[in-house]
Design a protein around this ligand. Structure first.
Ligand code: RP5
Length: 161
Protein backbone atom coordinates (compact mmCIF):
# COMPACT_ATOMS: atom_id res chain seq x y z
CA UNK A 1 0.00 0.00 0.00
CA UNK A 2 1.17 3.54 -0.74
CA UNK A 3 2.27 5.72 2.20
CA UNK A 4 0.86 9.11 3.17
CA UNK A 5 3.17 12.02 3.93
CA UNK A 6 2.02 14.53 6.54
CA UNK A 7 3.93 17.78 6.23
CA UNK A 8 3.41 20.68 8.63
CA UNK A 9 4.80 24.18 8.43
CA UNK A 10 5.80 24.25 12.09
CA UNK A 11 5.80 21.92 15.07
CA UNK A 12 3.27 24.35 16.55
CA UNK A 13 0.79 22.81 14.05
CA UNK A 14 1.16 19.36 15.63
CA UNK A 15 -1.80 19.59 18.05
CA UNK A 16 -4.05 19.93 14.97
CA UNK A 17 -2.12 17.64 12.65
CA UNK A 18 -2.00 14.88 15.26
CA UNK A 19 -5.63 14.00 14.48
CA UNK A 20 -4.65 13.23 10.88
CA UNK A 21 -1.78 11.03 11.98
CA UNK A 22 -3.99 9.20 14.49
CA UNK A 23 -6.68 8.61 11.86
CA UNK A 24 -4.19 7.25 9.32
CA UNK A 25 -2.75 4.90 11.94
CA UNK A 26 -6.22 3.72 12.95
CA UNK A 27 -6.75 2.59 9.34
CA UNK A 28 -3.36 0.89 9.21
CA UNK A 29 -2.01 3.39 6.68
CA UNK A 30 1.70 4.01 6.96
CA UNK A 31 2.49 7.68 7.34
CA UNK A 32 5.59 9.80 7.66
CA UNK A 33 5.47 13.22 9.30
CA UNK A 34 7.85 16.13 8.66
CA UNK A 35 8.18 19.80 9.51
CA UNK A 36 8.98 21.69 6.30
CA UNK A 37 8.08 25.31 5.75
CA UNK A 38 7.31 26.91 2.40
CA UNK A 39 9.08 30.04 3.59
CA UNK A 40 11.71 28.90 6.07
CA UNK A 41 12.87 25.68 4.35
CA UNK A 42 11.74 26.06 0.72
CA UNK A 43 14.50 23.85 -0.69
CA UNK A 44 13.72 20.95 1.65
CA UNK A 45 9.98 21.26 0.98
CA UNK A 46 10.52 21.19 -2.78
CA UNK A 47 13.00 18.31 -2.55
CA UNK A 48 10.57 16.24 -0.49
CA UNK A 49 7.65 16.78 -2.86
CA UNK A 50 9.64 16.16 -6.03
CA UNK A 51 10.93 12.78 -4.76
CA UNK A 52 7.83 11.64 -2.81
CA UNK A 53 6.32 9.46 -5.56
CA UNK A 54 9.56 7.52 -6.00
CA UNK A 55 9.69 6.98 -2.23
CA UNK A 56 6.34 5.19 -2.22
CA UNK A 57 3.98 7.99 -1.20
CA UNK A 58 0.52 8.13 -2.76
CA UNK A 59 -0.85 11.28 -1.14
CA UNK A 60 0.64 14.29 0.65
CA UNK A 61 -1.21 16.12 3.43
CA UNK A 62 0.10 19.63 4.04
CA UNK A 63 -0.87 21.67 7.10
CA UNK A 64 0.02 25.31 7.64
CA UNK A 65 -1.27 28.47 9.19
CA UNK A 66 -1.10 32.21 8.48
CA UNK A 67 0.07 32.89 4.86
CA UNK A 68 -0.20 29.17 4.21
CA UNK A 69 1.68 28.51 0.99
CA UNK A 70 3.01 25.07 1.94
CA UNK A 71 0.38 22.95 0.19
CA UNK A 72 0.68 24.96 -3.02
CA UNK A 73 4.46 24.90 -2.97
CA UNK A 74 4.43 21.10 -2.56
CA UNK A 75 1.77 20.74 -5.27
CA UNK A 76 3.96 22.68 -7.69
CA UNK A 77 6.63 19.97 -7.40
CA UNK A 78 4.58 16.80 -7.85
CA UNK A 79 1.49 15.34 -9.51
CA UNK A 80 0.64 13.37 -6.38
CA UNK A 81 -2.67 14.49 -4.84
CA UNK A 82 -2.15 17.19 -2.20
CA UNK A 83 -4.62 17.73 0.63
CA UNK A 84 -4.30 21.01 2.49
CA UNK A 85 -5.24 21.65 6.12
CA UNK A 86 -5.53 25.37 6.90
CA UNK A 87 -4.46 25.76 10.53
CA UNK A 88 -5.97 28.27 12.92
CA UNK A 89 -2.75 29.76 14.25
CA UNK A 90 -3.17 33.50 13.91
CA UNK A 91 -5.23 36.51 14.90
CA UNK A 92 -7.34 35.89 11.77
CA UNK A 93 -8.56 32.55 13.14
CA UNK A 94 -7.36 30.51 10.17
CA UNK A 95 -9.28 32.40 7.51
CA UNK A 96 -5.94 33.71 6.21
CA UNK A 97 -4.63 30.14 5.88
CA UNK A 98 -7.86 28.90 4.29
CA UNK A 99 -7.82 31.54 1.57
CA UNK A 100 -4.07 31.17 0.96
CA UNK A 101 -4.55 27.45 0.48
CA UNK A 102 -7.85 27.12 -1.32
CA UNK A 103 -7.37 29.79 -4.00
CA UNK A 104 -4.92 27.86 -6.15
CA UNK A 105 -4.45 28.82 -9.80
CA UNK A 106 -5.72 26.42 -12.47
CA UNK A 107 -3.36 23.54 -13.15
CA UNK A 108 -1.98 23.09 -9.63
CA UNK A 109 -4.81 21.69 -7.48
CA UNK A 110 -4.88 21.49 -3.70
CA UNK A 111 -7.85 19.72 -2.08
CA UNK A 112 -8.41 22.00 0.90
CA UNK A 113 -10.39 20.77 3.91
CA UNK A 114 -11.96 22.88 6.66
CA UNK A 115 -9.90 25.02 9.04
CA UNK A 116 -8.24 22.53 11.43
CA UNK A 117 -10.00 19.72 9.51
CA UNK A 118 -7.25 17.18 10.08
CA UNK A 119 -9.47 14.12 10.50
CA UNK A 120 -11.19 14.75 7.17
CA UNK A 121 -7.81 15.32 5.50
CA UNK A 122 -6.74 11.86 6.63
CA UNK A 123 -10.05 10.29 5.58
CA UNK A 124 -9.79 11.88 2.15
CA UNK A 125 -6.25 10.55 1.79
CA UNK A 126 -7.50 7.10 2.77
CA UNK A 127 -10.36 7.35 0.26
CA UNK A 128 -7.84 8.17 -2.48
CA UNK A 129 -5.72 5.14 -1.59
CA UNK A 130 -8.86 2.99 -1.28
CA UNK A 131 -9.69 3.50 -4.96
CA UNK A 132 -7.24 0.67 -5.63
CA UNK A 133 -7.45 -1.16 -2.31
CA UNK A 134 -10.49 -3.27 -1.41
CA UNK A 135 -9.39 -3.83 2.21
CA UNK A 136 -9.12 -0.11 2.84
CA UNK A 137 -12.46 0.45 1.14
CA UNK A 138 -14.06 -2.09 3.51
CA UNK A 139 -12.60 -0.29 6.53
CA UNK A 140 -14.03 3.01 5.28
CA UNK A 141 -17.46 1.44 4.88
CA UNK A 142 -17.25 0.00 8.41
CA UNK A 143 -16.39 3.43 9.81
CA UNK A 144 -19.33 5.01 7.98
CA UNK A 145 -21.64 2.34 9.42
CA UNK A 146 -20.28 2.93 12.94
CA UNK A 147 -20.73 6.70 12.57
CA UNK A 148 -24.32 6.17 11.42
CA UNK A 149 -25.05 3.85 14.34
CA UNK A 150 -23.62 6.40 16.79
CA UNK A 151 -25.92 9.17 15.52
CA UNK A 152 -28.97 6.91 15.58
CA UNK A 153 -28.12 5.94 19.16
CA UNK A 154 -27.99 9.63 20.11
CA UNK A 155 -31.38 10.11 18.44
CA UNK A 156 -32.85 7.20 20.40
CA UNK A 157 -31.35 8.49 23.66
CA UNK A 158 -32.84 11.93 23.05
CA UNK A 159 -36.31 10.54 22.41
CA UNK A 160 -36.12 8.25 25.42
CA UNK A 161 -34.86 10.96 27.82
C1 RP5 B 1 3.03 28.76 9.66
O1 RP5 B 1 3.11 29.74 10.63
C2 RP5 B 1 3.02 27.45 10.41
O2 RP5 B 1 2.36 26.47 9.66
C3 RP5 B 1 2.28 27.79 11.68
O3 RP5 B 1 0.89 27.51 11.57
C4 RP5 B 1 2.47 29.29 11.80
C5 RP5 B 1 3.28 29.69 13.01
O4 RP5 B 1 4.52 29.02 13.01
P1 RP5 B 1 5.52 29.15 14.25
O5 RP5 B 1 5.87 30.60 14.34
O6 RP5 B 1 4.76 28.67 15.47
O7 RP5 B 1 6.70 28.27 13.92
O8 RP5 B 1 4.12 28.81 8.79
Amino acid sequence: MKKVAVIMGSDSDLPVVGKAIDTLKAFGVECEAHVYSAHRTPKEAAEFASTARDKGFGVIIAAAGKAAHLAGVLAAQTTLPIIGIPVKSSTLDGLDALLSMVQMPAGIPVATVAIDGAANAALLAIEILAVGDATLQKKLEEKRAADTAAVLEKDANLRNA
